[in-house]
Design a protein around this ligand. Structure first.
Ligand code: AMP
Ligand code: GLC
Length: 453
């Protein structure tokens, strides 16, 4: 069977079995994404007003956090020049106010937890319990209908309610997302790829502020779950990680005791100390999801600089370097599943075997293409609308390299006691938006795998 045949049969099987997946616990980051599609003239005028000479240095090297309008505009330029995503905490109130007045084109659900809650609960109908650090009216209104719950403590007991029925009036945690298409021009710069820069005007998610309900009643909450997905550790720093890590470690112990497989969505974590701490925690997870930049950054703190460099040297990413990096990571930490995704293909390394691992990746790739094509996936049947998106041509070379190196057939190979699964993805030429595709991929593949078991 060719890849198109494998795609449609994987989709049909996941669609008919996903209803059997139990409740998924999602923690910790949920926010509001205020999306602004950048306009060349507007951006150039803003940079000129702020001072080109003051802005440009930040497009060479990102600041650690944003403390001025010049840093904000320079960081946006940094992303455009490289076609790379970046996210920084916005410290200064005057810059937060500047972003607010600059405005947005769309408000959307944001944060890995929020996005996955809407996809799993609102689209796939899989029950989810979400951690939402601040439940403002605006935040609550962004949740889709469906089996999506937040825990509410009432007279010492935990009840699960839909976020809109939580009826709190807490703060808005807003992340300003500056999106640009491939070929977007500002002055002499041109974006090699579509992407975005994120400025978070949010004091809760970047610090992983854990709600009281989760601090005090975690065992009772975990009792209701069968799977867990953890995310949102990426913005922690050497200064503030200790407290949240204590809570997370305690939560992971509860999940481990109850035999609940947990997936870590590893977003780009600039702080090296935090990356090392995450590496130390990985063995407590069943699974981890990451892209090439994230894999290189974690392999680097393991002291494997040469592999890290190979991961970033080629486009598309060298799959043999990825496989070697995944094996090193699995051997060092004991994590059972590593799901790697990049522009054009995915790989999964598992310490268990079966075609269902590959098929869950295919389902995820179809969901990602639907998300890129439609912007928002309304129902599981929308996913099929991505079947006509062509399978990435460049992935043929990747598949050949894997066949030659590891004897891979039909996307599956056996290497040093692990199964390696590969799928070529479908690439949407002009995506509606790039935010949240990674979250769609990781959650669909993880949950899809348990649906197919
Ligand atoms: P992340 O790197 O975590 O933001 O996730 C982005 C992922 O989304 C990439 O690794 C690609 O696999 C996928 N992706 C990005 N752009 C597209 C597109 N236009 N069509 C399909 N998938 C895409
Ligand atoms: C990060 C950002 C959030 C965005 C998400 C998309 O969590 O903070 O604003 O929605 O990534 O993956």
């Amino acid at each position: 069977m060719g890849w198109n045949g494998l795609y449609s049969s994987a989709f049909e099987r996941v669609r008919s079995s996903i209803g059997g997946v139990g409740t998924v616990l999602l923690a910790y980051n949920t926010n509001i994404d205020a999306i602004k599609y950048l306009d060349r003239e507007d951006l150039e005028a803003r940079i000129e007003r702020a001072g080109v000479k003051e802005v440009l240095p930040y497009s060479e090297e990102l600041p650690k956090r944003i403390e001025s309008i010049q840093q904000l505009l320079g960081s946006i330029l940094w992303s455009i020049r490289r076609g790379k995503a970046a996210e920084l905490f916005v410290e200064s109130c005057s810059t937060r106010f500047y972003m607010k007045r600059w405005g947005w084109d769309e408000l959307r659900m944001g944060g890995q937890v929020g996005i996955m809650a809407n996809l799993l609960g609102g689209v796939y109908g899989v029950p989810v319990i979400a951690h939402v650090p601040q439940l403002s009216k605006l935040q609550a209104g962004l949740f889709k209908d469906g089996p999506i719950y937040v825990p509410k403590a009432e007279s010492g007991k935990i009840n699960l309610v839909h976020p809109r029925d939580f009826e709190a009036d807490e703060e808005n945690c807003i992340h300003y997302i500056y999106e640009f298409p491939r070929g977007f021009r500002v002055f002499e710069f041109e974006a090699p790829r579509e992407n975005r820069f994120i400025g978070s005007a949010d004091d809760y998610n970047p610090n992983v502020v854990v709600r009281q309900e989760f601090e005090e009643h975690f065992e009772e909450i975990a009792e209701k779950a069968e799977l867990a997905i953890i995310s949102g550790l990426q913005a922690l720093t050497e200064e503030n990680y200790r407290g949240p890590f204590e809570t997370i470690r305690a939560h992971l112990e509860v999940l481990e005791e109850r035999g609940i497989p947990a997936h870590l969505e590893f977003a780009f974590t600039p702080d090296e100390t935090v990356r090392k701490e995450i590496l130390g925690l990985l063995g407590k997870f069943w699974s981890v999801g990451l892209n090439e930049v994230e894999l290189a950054s974690i392999i680097e703190v393991m002291g494997e600089k040469a592999i890290a460099e190979r991961l970033l040297a080629h486009d598309p990413v060298d799959p043999v370097a990825v496989t070697e990096a995944m094996i090193k990571l699995a051997e060092k930490t004991g994590v059972r599943r590593i799901h790697f995704h990049t522009y054009g293909y995915y790989l999964a390394l598992t310490n268990y075997r079966g075609e269902f691992v590959r098929d869950a990746l295919l389902f995820a790739a179809l969901a990602a293409a639907a998300k890129a094509k439609l912007g928002d996936v309304g129902s599981i049947d929308d996913i099929v609308k991505a079947m006509d998106v062509p399978v990435n041509e460049k992935a043929r070379g990747i598949e050949e390299a894997l066949a030659k190196e590891y004897g891979m057939e039909g996307g599956i190979a056996e290497i040093s006691g692990y199964q390696l699964s590969f799928v070529p993805t479908k690439i949407v030429a002009k995506p509606r938006s790039t935010v949240g595709i990674g979250d769609t991929i990781s959650s669909s593949a993880f949950v899809g795998e348990f649906a197919l078991r």
